[in-house]
Design a protein around this ligand. Structure first.
Ligand code: FHN
Length: 454
């Protein structure tokens, strides 16, 4: 519970309200999760997911041709006829699945999550459900997700499919949601009628069935877009049961910005650490039962955006990853490849730098869970197998005081070179003598070895 409602005001009423609301949400999540019994394979996959800690998010679709992000259809208020021309220009002759997977691995990433279709509804895979797909509509004519899945299997890295439930193209996505009604209004030429049940039960579930049968074992489905129609009946029980029945180990990761619902396996947070709603649309509720994942962008955009050069530095990305781990969460870091299939150098060099950093600091990240100390401005802690990793970002004083850890500290050393770190421990906590920061050192990591006696 330590992450819940962290940002809430400390006034008495607010606190009482927070405690009450939190208990109600926790109780409803508990009920939700007890009516859904994950299989043993699923529980194992959740643990592996938590151990993996770092994934590559890829937003890639026909929108990349315009170099203006994945919302270009909506932002420019294009009509269906206009957007339908876009696939004709999508010919990613430089797409190289081996290079993409190799880059993710070199970055220290343990899984990849790629858009199988975004809000434009355009399937980036060979779908028989509709011809609004890459094989039928583009000069490329091939299925890059199949190549990617095969390569992921070859290189031993998990592949997840992002799937947008929101659809700006299909007439059966009706009644339309906020993005077409309030954030517009935008009628792109679809008729003012449609068969919502057909959209969910045949179109969407049909495509999900394809994704879960034609690509070998996959890590899971990353849903996005329910927030467009938060009050609609999304037939979730049916869709989630279909996924778990086809691949019991596949994790359902919904980006609906709400507390977890029955059948979901991971709670995700967009551009935020769990419980920190700085983006303005995440829930403050943080599950203490499900794995957590925080997604963010390497520059400021999800899909390829030729005008976005706000690349985060390797140091910022490393801190983002460590802060996620300290908050008991994974980091899913996004890039938007170019329409020709290449990943731009600005992304690649930064990813490789993070990979290099992880080759030295990875022990304090992979396989860990959030540590015993409340995350703070100065840093965070992670823990694994009787060890606590103290990650120090900004602390200029020589001594750092930690609250009681609940265990006796046997010894302390610097992760990088093994040199001993002086410390004292008493019932009030542990005081560490932090080594001075070396030049360009983002994160000073001190490893505390705990003994089982208190
Ligand atoms: O609208 C999308 C956006 O394009 C992007 O896919 C992100 C990724 O988390 N999710 C949505 C906004 O919540």
């Amino acid at each position: 519970m330590r992450n819940v409602w962290r940002r809430l005001s400390t006034g008495r009423c607010a606190l009482a309200l927070a405690v009450m609301t939190c208990s109600v949400l926790a109780a409803s999540e508990a009920i939700a999760q007890t009516t859904y019994q994950p299989t043993a394979e699923n529980l194992k996959a959740r643990q592996e997911f938590q151990d993996e800690k770092f994934g590559l998010f890829i937003h890639w679709g026909v929108y990349s041709v315009l170099g203006d992000g994945e919302w270009v259809f909506h932002n420019r208020k294009l009509t269906l006829d206009e957007y339908n021309r876009l696939p004709l220009f999508f010919d990613p002759e430089k797409f190289d699945a081996k290079a993409w997977v190799g880059l993710a691995k070199a970055a220290g990433m343990k899984y990849i999550t790629i858009t199988s279709r975004h809000h434009d509804g355009f399937a980036m895979f060979d779908s028989k459900v509709s011809d609004w797909n890459i094989v039928k509509r583009t000069p490329y004519g091939k299925d890059p997700l199949k190549m990617l899945a095969d390569e992921c299997h070859r290189q031993g890295i998990k592949l997840f499919f992002y799937y947008s439930q929101l659809d700006w193209h299909n007439p059966d996505y009706y009644p339309r949601g906020h993005t077409a009604v309030d954030r517009g209004p935008w009628n792109n030429g679809r008729p003012d009628r449609g068969d919502w049940n057909n959209y969910l039960d045949n179109y969407m579930d049909g495509q999900l069935q394809e994704l879960l049968t034609n690509y070998g074992p996959i890590g899971g489905i990353w849903f996005d877009g329910m927030w467009d129609k938060p009050d609609a009946d999304w037939h979730l029980a049916k869709t989630y049961a279909l996924i778990h029945q086809l691949q019991p180990a596949a994790l359902i990761i919904p980006n609906h910005h709400q507390p977890p619902k029955p059948g979901e396996d991971v709670q995700t947070f967009e551009r935020d650490l769990p419980g920190q709603n700085t983006a303005g649309f995440n829930t403050n509720y943080v599950s203490d039962r499900l794995p957590l994942e925080s997604c963010n962008t390497l520059n400021g955009s999800w899909g390829f955006n030729i005008g976005d050069s706000k690349y985060k530095s390797p140091a910022e990305l490393e801190e983002m990853l460590v802060r996620a781990a300290g908050n008991n969460s994974n980091l899913l870091l996004n890039i938007g490849p170019q329409p020709n299939g290449e990943i731009q150098q600005e992304f690649a060099t930064r990813l490789l730098a993070v990979g290099d950093w992880l080759s030295r600091y990875g022990d304090s990240i992979y396989g860990t869970r959030g540590g015993p100390v409340q995350p703070a401005e100065w840093g965070v802690t992670t823990q694994k197998g009787g060890k606590v990793y103290v990650h120090v970002f900004t602390w200029n004083a020589p001594l750092l005081a930690l609250p009681p850890l609940g265990s006796h500290v046997k010894e302390a050393h610097v992760l990088l070179d093994g040199s001993a770190v002086e410390f004292t421990q008493n019932p009030n906590g542990v005081v560490l003598k932090i080594p001075p920061s070396k030049k360009d050192e983002v994160d000073r990591v001190v490893v505390l070895t705990l003994s089982s006696e208190n």
